[in-house]
Ligand binder design. Structure first.
Ligand code: NAD
Ligand code: DAU
Length: 347
């Protein structure tokens, strides 16, 4: 297949691009704006592969999107492009609205205009160019007990999740109104290599390795459903190839853990000290627990392979061994962000 992967210079998009190119023989064109979270370094092992192409551009820019479609002549568009950090959405929601609402709209319009032009006639579907929207369990809001299914109502809590939910509704409207062959895949909390260190796991790993404090929001008893990024990327590929048009598929990880358990395990794995753990002011509107049922995507033949205990150990090892990837981040824009967010400097 020929794929246009929007937001492919980010954490999960780069994992997906690598997986599709190396394990499925797809041709991959990445379209990415290169925001603070987008890093060409995360794709550097793919550069030079004849099946790979990188284009810098924003999904809310119709000319950039049209140019990327002309270059890629895709059978499918997979949209990872997003602002993804809940804390940033609370401080500055503007970019979240622009990328999730306007950006998704521009992509859907482009997909609609090019639906009949894919080279293979849409091997994965019947109607030509397929569209897969990558989404999140956060659109369902928080759940104290039980798990969310695809039928659960949308009840987002933050500007991040509300704008992601809005994008999902727009995607569904393009299926219902225009019969655009669109699908949605909603994932739970991802972890693994190449994740920007504003998110819990890489932030705690790097702070632990540097002797900095480990800032736990509130009581640290919030629960997340962890999925390794290679497993989520595989679920998205599965939905792309085998999913039914117009449908939503949840992809949750095999393990749920309280934040404090995750942080204590990182302390052990890095040889840091418990005294580095510091309880700080809670995130406003903080969701207490996420939990996803993945029965529907499992019925398509997907299941997660990486258990959290083993995946976390590998992730700590990856950050320990790949200074080249994170060192420029810790000395750049991230330092100013960190000071604003936590009211203290990094070492
Ligand atoms: P990320 O922040 O690491 O990467 C986002 C990428 O999108 C970056 O490369 C960035 O440059 C690019 N981008 C942002 N705005 C853009 C725009 N307007 N035009 C083009 N490119 C743009 O994010 P991630 O964690 O890899 O998440 C990818 C997708 O998966 C998102 O849609 C997110 O909502 C979803 N998701 C993430 C998780 C998670 O735990 N990280 C879980 C479930 C779903
Ligand atoms: O559930 C999927 C979502 O997971 C994705 O859609 C989002 O893009 C992704 O950012 C993630 O959202 P969370 O808010 O769950 O992830 P984050 O890593 O920011 O926080 C995980 C938990 O850890 C959450 O309960 C808040 C807490 N936390 C986070 C940070 C950054 C802390 O206690 N301290 C911190 O410094």
């Amino acid at each position: 297949m020929r794929l246009l992967v929007c937001g492919g210079a980010g954490f999960i998009g780069s994992t997906f691009a690598r997986q599709r190119l190396r394990e499925h023989g797809d041709e991959v064109t990445v379209l990415d704006k290169l925001t603070y979270a987008g890093r060409e370094e995360s794709l550097q092992d793919l550069v030079g592969d004849p099946g790979f192409r990188f284009i810098r551009g924003a999904i809310e820019d119709p000319d950039a999107v049209a140019g990327a479609i002309d270059a890629a002549r895709p059978d499918a568009i997979v949209n990872f492009a997003a602002e993804t950090h809940v804390d940033r959405s609370i401080a500055e929601p503007d970019a979240f609205v622009a990328t999730h609402a306007l950006g998704t709209y521009v992509l859907l319009e482009a997909a609609r205009a090019h639906r009949g032009t894919s080279r293979s006639g849409g091997r994965a579907g019947e109607h030509g160019l397929r569209y897969v929207q990558v989404s999140t369990d956060e659109v369902y809001g928080s759940i104290e007990q039980g798990t969310f299914t695809e039928e659960s109502p949308l009840a987002p809590s933050s500007p991040y999740s509300a704008t992601k939910a809005g994008a999902d509704l727009l995607v569904q409207s393009y299926f219902h109104t225009y019969r655009l062959p669109a699908l949605i895949c909603r994932g739970s909390n991802n972890y693994g290599p190449y994740q920007y260190p504003e998110k819990l796991i890489p932030l705690m790993i790097l702070n632990a390795l540097h002797g900095d404090s480990l800032p736990v929001y509130g009581d640290g008893m919030q629960v997340r459903n962890w999925i390794h990024s290679t497993d989520f990327a595989a679920a998205i590929g599965h939905v792309l190839e085998h999913g039914r048009e117009g449908e939503v598929y949840n992809a949750g990880g095999p393990d749920e853990e309280a934040n404090m358990t995750v942080v204590r395990r990182i302390v052990e794995l890095t040889g840091a000290s418990d005294s580095q753990i510091e309880h700080v002011t809670d995130r406003p509107g903080h969701d207490r627990r996420y939990s996803l049922s993945s029965e529907k995507v499992r019925a398509l033949g997907w299941s997660p392979r990486v258990r959290f205990s083993e995946g976390l150990e590998q992730t700590v090892a990856w950050y320990r061994d790949n200074r080249w990837w994170w060192e420029p981040i810790r000395s750049g824009e991230y330092r100013a962000y960190y000071e604003r967010q936590y009211g203290r400097a990094l070492s």
